[in-house]
Design a protein around this ligand. Structure first.
Ligand code: ATP
Ligand code: MG
Length: 566
C-alpha cells in the first residue's frame, strides 16, 4: 500500500460529520463553535479544541463561532476576552462576524426559565448551598426532595421575578429544574438553573443580579446559534441527558453533542484555576511566562502557531483518555523550527580564546550558510578576528576518552572558519580556566583542510570584538514530575514545581547578524537549540528565550521502536 495516496484516516468526529452530511441530517449545514469561559488565558488544551472545531468547519465548508461563555461575572474579565481573541486569531482561525457572547442571551434564557416554571418544570428553592448539597444524596444514595419543590406556578413566577429584581440576598434562593431527586445521574437531581449574585458583569453591568448556571446556559447557547455539532470534552458526557432534558422540555432546536478526550500533556497543568494561582502567587512572571502551557506563553517562548496546529493534527481526537508525552510536543516544535529558522552562532557560557598567530587589529568576513534546510535562505558574513569566545563546555583540560572537543594540544574546527589548536591554558588565582591560547592554520579557511587532515569536532564561536552581549533564558519543564498532580498526602501540584525551570545567563555573546533583531524573531543557535527574541528585549539588553534544545528524544524513541518492529 502506498501511504502517500491513501487518504488520512478520519477521526470519529469527522466520521459523524461526514455521515450527517450524507444523510442530510442538518440540511447540509455544519456549524461548530469554540466556547471559552473568559476566566483565564487559553492553554494548549484549548488549542486542541480550537483546531478541532475550526478545523471541521474549514474542512467541510461549515462555520465556526467564537463564543464567550461569560455567565460567571465574578471570575471573568475583559482582559481575558481580549487575550483569547488574540490567541485564536494568532492560531490562524477566523470567525468572521461571529464573535458572540452568552451574556447577550440572558434575556432569552430568562424567558425560557419562565416557560419552564409555567410548565411546572422549575421551582424557586429556599435551601442554601449547604442544605442543597445535603439533599442531593450521593452516588449510592438517592437525594431528598426540597421542601419547596411543590410551590405553585404562581408562587414560583412571583418569587423568580423578585429574585431578578434584587429583593433577595446572594445565595438565599435558587431556581431549580424539577426533574428527579432519585435519578442515578446526579446531574438530573433538580439542578440549579439560576443563582442570586449581586455582581457587575463585564458586558451587562448591573442589569442582572441572577446569573444562569453553566449547565442551564450551555445547551441554550448552542441552540440559539443553531450549532449542529456541539463538541465538548468527556466530563460532559454525564451532563448530556440534562442538556437534552432542557432542550426537549422547551421544544427548541437541539444540536448533537459529541464528547472527546481532553488533551493532557506530561509535566503540564491545564486547569485555568491552577494557572491563575501560579500567576498570582508569583511562581511564574505572568500568564505569558514562557514556561506556561498557555498559548501566549508558548508564543513568547518562540513556538509557532503552525507547530501547535501540526501537533493538534498529529495527536488526533479520541474517546479515551491518554497523556501525551511532552517530548512529542517538542518534536513538533523542532520539526517546524528546523525548516524555518536561520542558523546563527551564539556563545552562552563564554571562554576567551586568543589566536596567537592571527595578526592583531585584523578582521575578516567568512561565509556562513543561513539554513541548510532551505536553499533559498542564502548565506551571510561572519567576522573573525584574533580574540574569540567559545563555549566553556567545549574545553576540557583533562578530557576523558570520548571527549573530542578542545583540550591542550588538540586541533578542532571552528565552524565556517579555521582549524585551531590549543597551545596553552591560562587560569585565574582560583585555578579556573579563563583563557585559551591557540594557533590557527590559515590553509583551512572556510573550515576545510587542503591536506585531508581530519578533526573530530566542530565548535561554534563568536568574534569578541564584533559580538554583542545578550541575556539568554534557558527553560526546563515547569514541573519536575510527569504528572504534576501526583503528590504525597496533604500537598498539591505546587510541591512538584521544578526549582530549575529557569536558568538566566546574562553574559552571552551573539554574532553581529542577530544584533537589533525584533522581539519574536527566531533563530537556531548552532548546537544549542532554537531561540526567540523575548517580547521585552531591547537594543541595549537583547534577551533570548530558548524555545527548545536540539536533542530530539522523541525522534530517537520512534526510531528505536521502528527498528524493534523490523
Ligand atoms: P479549565 O479546566 O482549564 O478551566 P475549561 O474546560 O473549564 O478548562 P473553558 O474555557 O470552558 O475551559 O473551555 C473552552 C473549551 O475548551 C471547552 O469546549 C473545553 O471542552 C475545551 N477544553 C478545555 N480544556 C481542554 C483540554 N485540555 N483539551 C481539549 N479541550 C479542552
Ligand atoms: Mg469551564
Amino acid at each position: 500500500m502506498n501511504n502517500e495516496t491513501t487518504a488520512p484516516s478520519l477521526s470519529f468526529i469527522q466520521q459523524i460529520v461526514e455521515e450527517d452530511a450524507k444523510t442530510g441530517k442538518w440540511e447540509g449545514r455544519i456549524h461548530t463553535r469554540f466556547p471559552p469561559e473568559p476566566n483565564g488565558y487559553l492553554h494548549i488544551g484549548h488549542a486542541k479544541s480550537i483546531c478541532l472545531n475550526f478545523g471541521i468547519a474549514e474542512k467541510y465548508g461549515g462555520l465556526c463561532n467564537l463564543r464567550f461563555d461569560d455567565t460567571n461575572p465574578t471570575k471573568e474579565e475583559k482582559a481575558y476576552v481580549n487575550s483569547i481573541i488574540a490567541d485564536v486569531r494568532w492560531l490562524g482561525f477566523d470567525w468572521e462576524d461571529r464573535l458572540l457572547f452568552a451574556s447577550d442571551y440572558f434575556d432569552k434564557m430568562y424567558e425560557w426559565a419562565v416557560d419552564l416554571i409555567k410548565k411546572g418544570k422549575a421551582y424557586v428553592c429556599d435551601l442554601d448551598a449547604e442544605q442543597t448539597r445535603e439533599h442531593r444524596g450521593t452516588l449510592t444514595k438517592p437525594g431528598k426532595d426540597s421542601p419547596f419543590r411543590d410551590r405553585t406556578v404562581d408562587e414560583n413566577l412571583d418569587l423568580f421575578e423578585r429574585m431578578r429584581d434584587g429583593e433577595f440576598t446572594d445565595g438565599s434562593r435558587t431556581l431549580r429544574a424539577k426533574i428527579d431527586m432519585a435519578s442515578s445521574n446526579m446531574n438530573l437531581r433538580d439542578p440549579v438553573m439560576y443563582r442570586i449574585l449581586h455582581a457587575t458583569h463585564h458586558r451587562t453591568g448591573d442589569k442582572w443580579c441572577i446569573y444562569p448556571m453553566y449547565d442551564w446556559a450551555h445547551g441554550l447557547e448552542d441552540s440559539i446559534e443553531k450549532i449542529t455539532h456541539s463538541i465538548c470534552t468527556l466530563e460532559f458526557e454525564d451532563h448530556r441527558p440534562l442538556y437534552d432534558w432542557f432542550l426537549d422540555e422547551l421544544g427548541i432546536y437541539h444540536p448533537q453533542q459529541i464528547e472527546f478526550a481532553r488533551l493532557e500533556l506530561s509535566y503540564t497543568i491545564m486547569s485555568k484555576r491552577k494557572l491563575l494561582e501560579l500567576v498570582e502567587e508569583g511562581h511564574v512572571t505572568g500568564w505569558d511566562d514562557p514556561r506556561m502551557s498557555t498559548i501566549s506563553g508558548m508564543r513568547r517562548r518562540g513556538i509557532t502557531s503552525k507547530a501547535i496546529r501540526d501537533f493538534c493534527d498529529r495527536i488526533g481526537v479520541a474517546k479515551f483518555k491518554s497523556v501525551i508525552d511532552m517530548a512529542m510536543f517538542d518534536h513538533c516544535v523542532r520539526d517546524d523550527l528546523n525548516k524555518t529558522s536561520v542558523r546563527v552562532m551564539g556563545v552562552l557560557k563564554p571562554l576567551k580564546v586568543v589566536i596567537e598567530n592571527y595578526p592583531e587589529g585584523q578582521a575578516e568576513e567568512l561565509d556562513a550558510v543561513n539554513n541548510p534546510e532551505d536553499p533559498n535562505a542564502g548565506t551571510r558574513k561572519v567576522p573573525f578576528s584574533r580574540v574569540l569566545y567559545v563555549e566553556q563546555d567545549d574545553f576540557m583540560e583533562d578530557p576523558p576518552r570520548k571527549f573530542f572537543r578542545l583540550s591542550p594540544g588538540r586541533e578542532v574546527r571552528l565552524r565556517y572558519a579555521y582549524f585551531i589548536t590549543c597551545t596553552d591554558v591560562i587560569k585565574n588565582d582560583a585555578g579556573e580556566v579563563v583563557e585559551l591560547r591557540c594557533t590557527y592554520d590559515p590553509a583551512t579557511r572556510g573550515g576545510d583542510s587542503p591536506d585531508g587532515r581530519k578533526v573530530k569536532a566542530t565548535l561554534h564561536w563568536v568574534s569578541a570584538e564584533h559580538a554583542a552581549r545578550a541575556t539568554v533564558r534557558l527553560y526546563d519543564h515547569l514541573f519536575a514530575k510527569e504528572d504534576p498532580d501526583d503528590t504525597p498526602e496533604g500537598e498539591d501540584y505546587r510541591a512538584n514545581l521544578n526549582p530549575k525551570s529557569l536558568e538566566t545567563l546574562e553574559n552571552c555573546f551573539i554574532e553581529p547578524s542577530v544584533i537589533g533583531a525584533k522581539p519574536g524573531s527566531r533563530y537556531q543557535f548552532e548546537r544549542l537549540g532554537y531561540f526567540c527574541v523575548d517580547s521585552e528585549s531591547t537594543a541595549e539588553t537583547p534577551v533570548f528565550n530558548r524555545t527548545v534544545t536540539l536533542k530530539d528524544t522523541w525522534a530517537k524513541l520512534a526510531k528505536q521502536q521502528s527498528k524493534k518492529k523490523k
